[in-house]
Design a protein around this ligand. Structure first.
Ligand code: 13P
Ligand code: G3H
Ligand code: ZN
Ligand code: ZN
Length: 361
């Protein structure tokens, strides 16, 4: 069986540098996408790695600015993004140390970073540079910068500046042009003009023109109606077929021999239909971000456990089997948190299948 590890220099654990591009090239060629999971704790990391291992697929683990702060602890003051920086680093070190145990390639990534959150980005890049000095590779495989609320000109110019810094470490960068609706990192984009939710091919080419002379290691989150969160059916109109226009336009401008010169990212994966993912993947989507559906799945196992075991967890001692029976084995977090891990992994298994990623390792 062919395996993505055939093309990677590091076969398992966190991959960096050219391996990241090789992974995405392989995904494009073999027409699958890799789920990018927003994690908030070691437990959600484990649920993600377990699903990737069991489905024999690479996976992308990412922390949002809020998720990173949560990693540090809700009780930590996040002035100047200090909690988000410390939490992102802690998350990265945890993922780096445990990922090889699961035997699949893992891309370690950070999610949307808007302009007002750039101190978070600067902090992570400083940690990457320090790690690079010591180990010859950045701490994170990749980051996302999201200046999509700024003018296209400012977005592209500022992104290029950061990309030069990342490229020195041969680090991947994801950027966004056009806006993802709904909410991200406390930025409420639910009322933006609908036209801004659909990126134009000319805008994508401007990004390509600015970034490709720096390094080939970048991806674009082009908006095609994407929205964060899950809403009543009919509220979101996704048009992943628009992505083929971007590929065709850039191919023509640069005279590329490839039909899909761009690496594209699908944001707001929760609540989307299999056919929408498949259209995206056939148009060069290599990464699909999934948060809300997995948050809900994580809750389901814990919710059902608590509801079903209610009479075993109201007191430390005493349950329907006897008033002197100890309940320790019911309230141990390794029992009830584990139920959330199982349901989260099971939900992720569905996504690996829909994204054609099963058995690619
Ligand atoms: O795009 C996302 C994270 O960047 C995830 O979006 P959902 O919560 O809609 O899956
Ligand atoms: O950006 C979208 C992700 O779902 C992250 O969400 P969050 O900011 O609530 O962590
Ligand atoms: Zn955005
Ligand atoms: Zn997103």
């Amino acid at each position: 069986m062919p395996s993505v590890t055939d093309v990677l220099s590091r076969k398992s654990g966190v991959i960096v540098g050219d391996d990241v591009r090789k992974l995405f090239d392989y995904a494009k060629e073999h027409k699958f996408a890799i789920p990018a999971v927003n994690v908030t704790s070691s437990s959600t990391v484990i649920a993600t790695l377990e699903a990737a291992r069991d489905n024999k697929s690479p996976v992308i683990i990412q922390a949002s600015q809020g998720g990173a702060a949560y990693f540090a602890g809700k009780g930590v003051d996040n002035k100047n993004q200090e909690a988000s920086i410390a939490g992102a680093i802690a998350c990265a070190l945890f993922v780096r140390s445990i990922a090889p145990t699961y035997g699949v390639p893992v891309v370690l990534h950070s999610d949307h970073c808007a302009k007002k959150l750039l101190p978070w980005f600067d902090g992570m890049l400083a940690a990457d540079e320090a790690y690079y000095k010591e180990h010859g590779e950045p701490l994170f495989s990749s980051h996302m910068i999201d200046l999509s609320e700024e003018s296209h000109e400012d977005n592209i110019a500022e992104t290029a500046k950061y990309f030069k810094r990342a490229a020195k470490m041969n680090q991947w960068l994801e950027m966004e042009i056009g806006i993802t609706g709904g909410e991200e990192d406390g930025v409420d984009n639910s009322h933006v003009d609908a036209s801004r939710l659909y990126t134009q091919p000319e805008d994508i080419y401007r990004v390509y023109e600015a970034l490709s002379p720096i390094s080939p290691n970048f991806s674009i989150a082009a908006a095609f109606g994407n929205v964060h969160g899950v809403y009543k059916p009919g509220n979101v109109k996704l048009q992943p077929e628009l992505l083929s226009d971007h590929q065709a336009f850039v191919k023509k401008q640069i005279g590329s021999s490839s039909d899909k010169p761009l690496y594209l990212v699908f944001h707001g994966g929760s609540g989307s239909a299999a056919s929408e993912f498949q259209t995206g993947i056939s148009n060069g989507v290599v990464k699909v971000n999934l948060d809300t559906d997995l948050q809900y799945a994580y809750l389901e196992g814990i919710r059902d456990y608590v509801l079903n075991k209610k009479d075993y967890i109201m007191t430390q001692v005493g349950n329907p089997e006897g008033e002197d029976k100890p309940n320790k084995k019911y309230f141990d977090p390794r029992v009830w948190v584990r139920e959330g891990e199982k349901t989260m992994s099971a939900r992720l298994t569905q996504s690996f299948k829909i994204f054609n990623a099963v058995n690619t390792v």
